[in-house]
Write a protein of this length. Sequence first.
Length: 133
Amino acid sequence: MPLRPLIFENLWLKVFSLILATLIWFAIQSNQLPQNLFSPRAQELRCPVNVMVPPGNPTAFKVEPGVVLVKLRADEAVLKKLSSETIHAYVTITDAPSLNHLFRVQVIVPRDVTLKEVVPNEVSVKAADSGAQ
């Protein structure tokens, strides 16, 4: 088949198809833009690390570092209400003799907030009496 009839035959249908394809492409591209504009925002808060011990354990503990950086993601309105008091960072101590290793920091965040990262994610816990010796 010669090239000329291949190009110019039904030219108005080909132009219409090209215009329609371009409009569909622009529609898809414009739908992706609002997701980027209104996506949840990130925030960092410095939170003290608490030590959770079994009931009846009178031992005092020293946590190093005592504060962790908590990285959060949420909607802008939710982030404005957040403070270090609404975020709870803690470590759980089950055995007093095994205090010679690092403990993983666990964080409790409100329902509408996503926890991204905790820096550092492990802390050293020592009995307060052992540091004075």
